[in-house]
Design a protein around this ligand. Structure first.
Ligand SMILES: C[S@@+](CC[C@H](N)C(=O)[O-])C[C@H]1O[C@@H](n2cnc3c(N)ncnc32)[C@H](O)[C@@H]1O
Length: 273
């Protein structure tokens, strides 16, 4: 691992929201070509989320935070047509190269350029943890949903990358890993949006790596390593990496070094049909 290796994400809320949104778009844009082959967790989670929708095609679906659209070929089992939204032009271009959606829309999930009650299903996997105001996103996707429409979302929550956080904690007391919302914060955000019957299920996913550098490389390939007001904090030097690797190695199992992700699956049905 070179000295300048970027390390896991860190989400300090920058003073300026526009700047934060730009950083998210840039970071994912830079990863648009490497993302799909690194997206092991994302693929498991999105397929589990899709399985929560009725398995008969229904109406128009909206994929919010679609990334490179690797899941889009699967949508034909769940909807007749769909639109795809992402902040990142690069991710959206990658998705659009498949020519499967009726529209590819570059937009912020907090402010969707779509009429109210215009989509039958909203799908959004592993985008919400990149949004500073989850309540605003949940209100916006509810606005565009038709009465009786369904939504399925997933987000990372507190407890994700706990092994990595503990390994860093053995080295210094700086924050190196993203702060993830608590489940109770997501539920509180959803409770501000009326007219939806919400349900929440938490699941744990563990991935295994040969070493901590492999984990860092995967996060970089996903674009999940550099989004922040700050970047790697004093993470230079071989000695630091060796200490981090030694601290993480305490968790090694026969399968390798574990990285556990806590995922909240959120479903909802909009009142009114
Ligand atoms: C971890 S990727 C998930 C991509 C895809 N849904 C998947 O499951 O593989 C997160 C995506 O959300 C997008 N994103 C982040 N914040 C967003 C926002 N506020 N509005 C729209 N898209 C956003 C990013 O550009 C990125 O493509």
């Amino acid at each position: 691992m070179s000295e300048a290796s970027p390390l896991p994400l860190l989400l300090q809320l920058p003073a300026c929201r526009e700047q934060f949104v730009e950083q998210v778009a840039r970071s994912f844009g830079n990863a648009c070509h490497s993302y799909t082959s690194a997206a092991r967790l994302q693929q498991q989670v999105a397929l589990d989320a899709l399985a929560l929708l009725p398995a008969t095609p229904q109406g128009h679906l909206l994929d919010v935070g679609c990334g490179p659209g690797w899941v889009h070929p699967r949508f034909s089992g769940y909807c007749h047509t769909f639109s795809a939204v992402d902040l990142s032009a690069g991710m959206l271009a990658k998705a659009a190269s498949q020519q499967l959606a009726t529209d590819y829309i570059q937009a912020d999930a907090e402010s969707l350029p779509l009429p109210s009650q215009s989509v039958d299903t909203v799908f959004s996997s592993l985008m919400l943890q990149w949004c500073q105001r989850p309540a605003a996103v949940l209100a916006e996707i509810t606005r565009v949903l038709t009465p009786g429409g369904q939504l399925v979302l997933t987000t990372l929550v507190d407890g994700s990358l706990a092994e990595l956080k503990r390994a860093f904690a053995a080295l210094d007391n700086k924050q190196h890993v993203n702060h993830f919302l608590a489940v109770s914060d997501v539920i509180a955000a959803a409770s501000t949006v009326s007219g939806v019957r919400w349900q929440f299920t938490e699941r744990s996913y563990s991935l295994f790596y040969a070493d901590v550098q492999s984990l860092a490389r995967e996060l970089k390939a996903l674009g999940a390593n550099k989004v922040a007001g700050r970047q790697s904090q004093g993470l230079t030097g071989k000695g630091y990496w060796q200490k981090l690797a030694a601290a993480y190695d305490a968790k090694r199992s026969a399968a390798g070094l574990p990285a556990t992700y806590q995922v909240l699956l959120i479903t909802g049905v909009k009142d009114g049909r």
